[in-house]
Design a protein around this ligand. Structure first.
Ligand SMILES: [Zn+2]
Length: 239
Protein backbone atom coordinates (compact mmCIF):
# COMPACT_ATOMS: atom_id res chain seq x y z
CA UNK A 1 0.00 0.00 0.00
CA UNK A 2 2.67 2.44 1.05
CA UNK A 3 5.10 1.00 -1.44
CA UNK A 4 4.27 1.18 -5.13
CA UNK A 5 4.40 -1.96 -7.29
CA UNK A 6 6.99 -0.24 -9.42
CA UNK A 7 9.27 0.28 -6.45
CA UNK A 8 8.75 -3.28 -5.23
CA UNK A 9 9.84 -4.55 -8.64
CA UNK A 10 12.88 -2.30 -8.65
CA UNK A 11 13.75 -3.51 -5.16
CA UNK A 12 13.49 -7.17 -6.15
CA UNK A 13 15.57 -6.64 -9.28
CA UNK A 14 18.25 -4.46 -7.69
CA UNK A 15 21.77 -5.81 -7.44
CA UNK A 16 23.50 -2.88 -5.78
CA UNK A 17 21.73 -0.96 -3.07
CA UNK A 18 22.89 1.97 -0.94
CA UNK A 19 21.12 3.35 2.11
CA UNK A 20 21.87 6.63 3.84
CA UNK A 21 20.38 6.98 7.32
CA UNK A 22 20.11 9.96 9.64
CA UNK A 23 18.75 11.15 12.94
CA UNK A 24 15.14 10.14 12.17
CA UNK A 25 15.85 6.42 12.33
CA UNK A 26 17.54 6.83 15.72
CA UNK A 27 14.79 9.10 17.03
CA UNK A 28 12.43 6.14 16.60
CA UNK A 29 14.63 4.34 19.15
CA UNK A 30 14.33 7.26 21.54
CA UNK A 31 17.75 8.76 20.77
CA UNK A 32 17.55 12.52 21.32
CA UNK A 33 18.72 14.43 18.28
CA UNK A 34 20.19 17.35 20.21
CA UNK A 35 19.59 19.53 17.20
CA UNK A 36 17.01 20.54 14.70
CA UNK A 37 13.80 22.45 15.09
CA UNK A 38 13.64 26.04 16.10
CA UNK A 39 15.07 25.46 19.55
CA UNK A 40 18.78 25.68 19.76
CA UNK A 41 20.07 22.87 21.93
CA UNK A 42 22.25 24.09 24.73
CA UNK A 43 24.42 22.34 27.26
CA UNK A 44 25.34 24.41 30.28
CA UNK A 45 24.45 27.51 28.33
CA UNK A 46 26.60 26.54 25.38
CA UNK A 47 25.03 25.89 21.97
CA UNK A 48 25.65 22.32 20.78
CA UNK A 49 27.82 23.48 17.91
CA UNK A 50 30.13 25.12 20.41
CA UNK A 51 30.43 22.26 22.90
CA UNK A 52 30.76 19.76 20.02
CA UNK A 53 33.52 21.66 18.27
CA UNK A 54 37.12 20.94 17.54
CA UNK A 55 37.99 24.19 19.24
CA UNK A 56 36.49 22.95 22.53
CA UNK A 57 38.61 19.81 22.29
CA UNK A 58 41.67 22.04 22.31
CA UNK A 59 40.40 24.46 24.95
CA UNK A 60 38.37 22.36 27.36
CA UNK A 61 38.47 18.65 26.65
CA UNK A 62 37.02 17.79 30.07
CA UNK A 63 33.87 19.73 29.25
CA UNK A 64 33.58 18.02 25.87
CA UNK A 65 33.78 14.65 27.60
CA UNK A 66 31.19 15.63 30.15
CA UNK A 67 28.82 16.45 27.30
CA UNK A 68 29.53 13.26 25.38
CA UNK A 69 29.34 11.07 28.48
CA UNK A 70 25.99 12.68 29.22
CA UNK A 71 24.79 11.79 25.73
CA UNK A 72 26.17 8.26 26.08
CA UNK A 73 24.15 7.97 29.26
CA UNK A 74 20.97 8.50 27.24
CA UNK A 75 22.03 5.95 24.66
CA UNK A 76 22.63 3.23 27.19
CA UNK A 77 18.92 2.43 27.24
CA UNK A 78 18.25 2.84 23.50
CA UNK A 79 17.77 -0.30 21.44
CA UNK A 80 17.74 -0.80 17.66
CA UNK A 81 14.23 -0.66 16.18
CA UNK A 82 12.49 -2.48 13.33
CA UNK A 83 14.17 -0.21 10.76
CA UNK A 84 17.66 -1.09 12.00
CA UNK A 85 16.79 -4.79 11.93
CA UNK A 86 15.27 -4.57 8.44
CA UNK A 87 18.45 -2.95 7.11
CA UNK A 88 20.56 -5.63 8.78
CA UNK A 89 18.58 -8.17 6.74
CA UNK A 90 19.00 -6.24 3.51
CA UNK A 91 22.76 -6.80 3.64
CA UNK A 92 22.16 -10.48 2.87
CA UNK A 93 19.67 -9.80 0.09
CA UNK A 94 21.74 -8.00 -2.53
CA UNK A 95 25.00 -8.67 -4.38
CA UNK A 96 26.28 -5.39 -3.04
CA UNK A 97 24.78 -3.54 -0.12
CA UNK A 98 26.16 -0.43 1.53
CA UNK A 99 24.86 1.21 4.65
CA UNK A 100 26.02 4.77 5.22
CA UNK A 101 24.95 6.59 8.35
CA UNK A 102 25.20 10.07 9.76
CA UNK A 103 24.36 8.66 13.19
CA UNK A 104 27.00 8.14 15.83
CA UNK A 105 25.02 5.85 18.15
CA UNK A 106 26.16 2.47 16.82
CA UNK A 107 22.58 1.15 16.64
CA UNK A 108 23.06 -0.28 13.13
CA UNK A 109 25.90 -2.48 14.31
CA UNK A 110 23.86 -3.41 17.39
CA UNK A 111 21.13 -4.67 15.03
CA UNK A 112 23.65 -6.82 13.16
CA UNK A 113 24.74 -4.60 10.26
CA UNK A 114 28.34 -5.15 9.22
CA UNK A 115 30.81 -2.68 7.70
CA UNK A 116 28.61 0.34 8.32
CA UNK A 117 30.13 3.51 6.90
CA UNK A 118 29.89 5.92 9.82
CA UNK A 119 30.34 9.36 8.29
CA UNK A 120 30.32 11.12 11.65
CA UNK A 121 32.14 8.56 13.77
CA UNK A 122 30.89 6.59 16.75
CA UNK A 123 30.12 7.91 20.21
CA UNK A 124 31.22 4.63 21.79
CA UNK A 125 34.76 5.01 20.53
CA UNK A 126 37.54 7.36 21.53
CA UNK A 127 40.89 8.06 20.01
CA UNK A 128 44.21 9.33 21.24
CA UNK A 129 44.82 13.02 20.59
CA UNK A 130 48.46 12.19 19.94
CA UNK A 131 48.83 8.82 18.16
CA UNK A 132 45.18 8.39 17.07
CA UNK A 133 44.95 4.88 18.49
CA UNK A 134 41.29 3.85 18.83
CA UNK A 135 39.58 2.69 22.02
CA UNK A 136 36.24 1.03 22.58
CA UNK A 137 34.55 2.84 25.47
CA UNK A 138 31.17 1.14 25.21
CA UNK A 139 29.53 0.71 28.58
CA UNK A 140 32.02 2.91 30.43
CA UNK A 141 30.25 6.02 31.69
CA UNK A 142 32.11 8.19 32.42
CA UNK A 143 34.48 6.98 29.75
CA UNK A 144 37.56 4.98 30.59
CA UNK A 145 40.40 4.96 29.90
CA UNK A 146 40.99 8.68 29.94
CA UNK A 147 44.46 8.43 28.52
CA UNK A 148 46.13 6.42 25.79
CA UNK A 149 47.90 3.35 27.13
CA UNK A 150 50.71 3.80 24.60
CA UNK A 151 51.62 7.46 24.76
CA UNK A 152 49.51 8.59 27.75
CA UNK A 153 48.00 11.51 25.84
CA UNK A 154 44.32 12.27 26.59
CA UNK A 155 41.62 10.61 24.50
CA UNK A 156 38.86 12.43 22.68
CA UNK A 157 35.52 11.20 21.30
CA UNK A 158 35.80 9.49 17.91
CA UNK A 159 33.10 11.72 16.55
CA UNK A 160 33.31 14.29 13.76
CA UNK A 161 32.92 17.64 15.46
CA UNK A 162 31.96 21.03 14.12
CA UNK A 163 34.96 22.44 12.33
CA UNK A 164 36.26 19.03 11.29
CA UNK A 165 36.32 17.18 7.97
CA UNK A 166 34.55 13.87 7.48
CA UNK A 167 36.83 10.85 7.62
CA UNK A 168 38.27 10.79 4.10
CA UNK A 169 38.36 7.03 3.59
CA UNK A 170 34.78 6.57 4.76
CA UNK A 171 33.38 9.29 2.56
CA UNK A 172 35.29 8.17 -0.54
CA UNK A 173 33.99 4.66 -0.09
CA UNK A 174 30.44 5.97 0.27
CA UNK A 175 30.85 8.06 -2.90
CA UNK A 176 32.10 5.09 -4.86
CA UNK A 177 29.12 2.98 -3.78
CA UNK A 178 26.64 5.81 -4.45
CA UNK A 179 28.02 6.14 -7.96
CA UNK A 180 27.53 2.45 -8.78
CA UNK A 181 24.24 1.54 -7.09
CA UNK A 182 20.85 0.82 -8.72
CA UNK A 183 18.79 2.00 -5.77
CA UNK A 184 19.60 4.65 -3.21
CA UNK A 185 17.49 5.11 -0.10
CA UNK A 186 17.46 8.23 2.05
CA UNK A 187 16.03 7.25 5.43
CA UNK A 188 15.18 9.58 8.26
CA UNK A 189 17.30 12.47 7.10
CA UNK A 190 16.65 15.59 5.13
CA UNK A 191 20.10 14.87 3.62
CA UNK A 192 20.47 18.61 3.56
CA UNK A 193 23.85 18.66 5.17
CA UNK A 194 26.68 18.39 2.72
CA UNK A 195 28.51 16.30 1.88
CA UNK A 196 25.90 13.67 2.73
CA UNK A 197 23.43 15.42 0.43
CA UNK A 198 25.96 15.03 -2.35
CA UNK A 199 25.76 11.24 -2.06
CA UNK A 200 22.09 11.19 -3.04
CA UNK A 201 22.71 13.54 -5.94
CA UNK A 202 25.68 11.52 -7.08
CA UNK A 203 23.60 8.35 -7.03
CA UNK A 204 20.80 9.93 -9.02
CA UNK A 205 23.06 11.46 -11.64
CA UNK A 206 24.80 8.11 -11.96
CA UNK A 207 21.50 6.45 -12.87
CA UNK A 208 20.16 5.13 -9.57
CA UNK A 209 16.56 5.46 -8.47
CA UNK A 210 16.25 7.62 -5.40
CA UNK A 211 13.82 6.64 -2.67
CA UNK A 212 13.03 8.76 0.35
CA UNK A 213 11.56 7.34 3.55
CA UNK A 214 10.56 10.10 5.92
CA UNK A 215 7.41 10.99 7.87
CA UNK A 216 7.74 14.55 6.63
CA UNK A 217 8.45 16.27 3.37
CA UNK A 218 12.06 17.37 3.07
CA UNK A 219 13.95 19.60 0.64
CA UNK A 220 15.06 16.37 -1.08
CA UNK A 221 11.52 15.07 -1.66
CA UNK A 222 11.02 16.72 -5.04
CA UNK A 223 14.32 15.33 -6.24
CA UNK A 224 13.45 11.71 -5.39
CA UNK A 225 11.88 9.14 -7.73
CA UNK A 226 9.76 7.81 -4.87
CA UNK A 227 8.90 9.32 -1.54
CA UNK A 228 7.34 7.21 1.17
CA UNK A 229 5.75 9.20 3.98
CA UNK A 230 6.13 7.10 7.07
CA UNK A 231 8.34 6.10 9.92
CA UNK A 232 11.35 4.03 8.95
CA UNK A 233 10.44 1.38 11.50
CA UNK A 234 7.06 0.92 9.85
CA UNK A 235 8.09 1.27 6.21
CA UNK A 236 11.36 -0.66 5.85
CA UNK A 237 10.04 -4.00 7.18
CA UNK A 238 7.38 -3.88 4.42
CA UNK A 239 9.93 -4.47 1.66
ZN1 LIG B 1 48.37 7.55 21.94
Amino acid sequence: MLISDELKEKFEAAKRVCVLTGAGISAESGVPTFRGGGNVAVWKGMPFDQISSVRMVRENLAEVWEWFDYRRGFLKDCQPNAAHFALAEWQNKFDDFTLVTQNIDGLHAAAGSRDVIELHGNINRAYCTCCERRFDIRGAIPHTPENCDECFAPLRPDVVLFGEMLPIGAFEKAEKKARSCDLFFIVGTSALVYPAAGLAELAKYSGASLVEVNPEETPMSGFCDETIRGKAGEVLPLF
